[in-house]
Design a protein around this ligand. Structure first.
Ligand SMILES: [Zn+2]
Length: 384
């Protein structure tokens, strides 16, 4: 119980140490469970203590003090004063700074880090240091796959975007206009993927940082959807600018509404997982209306060939599958603890997002090529 008092003090001083405060083992019925957690937390602190011990003894001749402190800690003396709690906090930060943290189980995570209870182990502890968070990119934990899927996706779309922007102007009917329009898609994709890998990297920093970056992450999804609509609407309604502008305004309004909704604090909570998936799915599926408009006005055959509806349908399938896995937490719900590091739903969702965005780009490239082949002119039939 004594160490609990100490840990409670520490948690007041530093959000990163709330981990310990959350686990004060007061209810008698949970004693064994809490003892396990305490053991784990104690191990963490002891590890931190030793990692900094050498550093301390080189700074001052008080090496024995550190040993005594360790003994007192081990012996669980009745009262540890507030400055000891501060020392613990410094040691913890020191340990994180040195990259000496180790992964912990879901049970000992603070509430703000508890997102998916089917991932039982392999979580990063709270690490109130950006340096430590960024160094954790190269460690194996529950977020490793989430970070790398979108970090590599981001680099891929950045390269693809640069390549596209430097394509010779003679390959376009209206080079500047078309590059701006397709550039909107690349901007949306790069922002979405950047916000995402950044969020997953600093997610364990602190509650405040996690909250800010989760909002950026959700806003990024809305930006990707909005950016995807721009070139697709541009080429689909190339000869009919009125519906193009109307649909563009509608998707911008809906996208901004989704961004506003995602600023709501509770939107990021595990209870709203299905709502989140629903909001972004609905935003993406609002594309069904302009698609139907196109199919009705151009005919199914023209829509399938000229309109690249097949690629659009594949893209929709990828996004819907990704969102469904994300909302239902498949496959980890069937194998709790077996997908902690690889192949859990969030990682699969990330892969589906990158694949969906690439399929969309491929469809848009085909639309652009078709427009270039017909020379940019619009027949009277097309302009109606
Ligand atoms: Zn994510």
């Amino acid at each position: 119980m004594n160490e609990t008092t100490d840990l409670g003090n520490a948690s007041i001083l530093e959000p990163g140490l709330r981990l310990r405060k959350d686990r004060i083992p007061s209810p008698a019925g949970q004693e064994n469970h809490d003892n396990d957690q305490l053991y784990e937390q104690k191990s963490l602190l002891l590890e931190s203590h030793r990692s900094c011990e050498q550093k301390k003894s080189s700074d001052s001749p008080g090496g024995n003090e550190a040993t005594q402190e360790d003994e007192r800690f081990m012996g669980m003396l009745p009262l540890l004063q507030a400055h000891h709690a501060m020392e613990r906090m410094e040691e913890f930060v020191c340990k994180v700074w040195e990259g000496r943290w180790r992964v912990i189980s879901f049970d000992v995570l603070p509430d703000w880090l508890k997102d998916n209870d089917y991932l039982l182990h392999g979580h990063r502890p709270p690490m109130p240091s950006f340096r430590a968070c960024f160094k954790s990119i190269f460690r194996i934990h529950t977020e490793t796959g989430n970070i790398w899927t979108h970090l590599l996706g981001c680099v891929f779309f950045l390269c693809l975007g640069i390549f596209y922007m430097f394509r010779p102007n003679m390959s376009f009917v209206a080079p500047v206009q078309e590059k701006v329009v397709v550039g909107m898609f690349f901007l949306g994709a790069i922002l979405c993927l950047s916000f995402s890998w950044l969020f997953h990297t600093v997610y364990c920093h602190s509650e405040g940082v996690s909250r800010i970056f989760s909002k950026l992450d959700y806003s990024g999804i809305a930006l990707l959807i909005m950016g995807s609509f721009v070139p697709w609407l541009y080429y689909s309604f190339y000869c009919n600018p009125q519906p193009y502008f109307i649909y563009l305004i509608v998707i911008c309004v809906l996208g901004i509404a989704a961004i506003i909704v995602s600023q709501w604090d509770r939107f990021a909570t595990p209870q709203y997982r299905a709502v989140r998936a629903g909001v972004f799915l609905a935003l993406g599926l609002s594309g069904v209306i302009p698609t139907l408009h196109f199919v009705i006005s151009e005919g199914l055959l023209k829509a399938a060939t000229m309109g690249q509806i097949g690629w659009l349908a594949l893209m929709a399938c990828l996004y819907i599958t990704g969102a469904a896995l994300y909302a239902a937490r498949i496959p980890e719900r069937f194998f709790p603890g077996k997908c902690d590091i690889w192949f859990h739903s969030h990682q699969l969702f990330h892969v589906f997002v990158v694949a969906g965005a690439f399929v969309h780009f491929h469809g848009v490239s085909n639309l652009q090529e078709f427009r270039f082949m017909v020379g940019g002119g619009c027949s009277e039939d097309e302009m109606q």
